[in-house]
Write a new protein. Sequence first.
Length: 165
Amino acid sequence: MLAYVRGLVRDAADRDGEDVVQDVMLRLLEAPDPSRPIEDLAAYVYRALRNRVIDVIRGRRPERSLDAAKGAEDGPCLIDTLLDVRFDPVRDLEYSELSRVIFDAIDTLPDEQREALVLTEFEGWSLSDLAEATGTPLGTLLSRKSRALSRIRRVLQEYGTLMED
C-alpha cells in the first residue's frame, strides 16, 4: 500500500505516504458501517488511498478564483461557461440562488466529472498535473471536464428559462 501511495505522490516525502496509509487504515478500522458492507476490501482500500492522496495534494494547492487566467492546455473553464450562458446575476438573480443552482448541478455530476471539475476549477490544479497525479490520460480528463461544463451550462440555461417565465 505504501508503494502505491508513493507512486501517486511522487514529489512528497516518505512520511506523507506513511501518513496517508495510516489515516486510511485507522478510518477503516474505526468506523465500519454495517449498513454498507464492503464487497471487495482490496478495491475499497486502494480507492480510499487514492482519495486520501488527492485530499493531501489538495491541501498543498493554493485556491484560485473562478476567473483566474489559465493555460491553453487546460481547456474551457467554469467562468467561460457562466459568461457563455449570458447571465447577469446581479440583475436577473440573487447571487446566492445562482450559487445554489451551480453547486446543485455540480453535485449531480458523475464522480469522475465532478472530480475533474472541482480539482481544476476550485482547487487550482492544471489538467496536466491532475493527469500525472491520478494516472488518467489528459484527453480523458479534458473530456470529463467538458461534459461536466456542458451539463452545468444546460442546467443554467434551463434555470434561466424558468426565471423568464
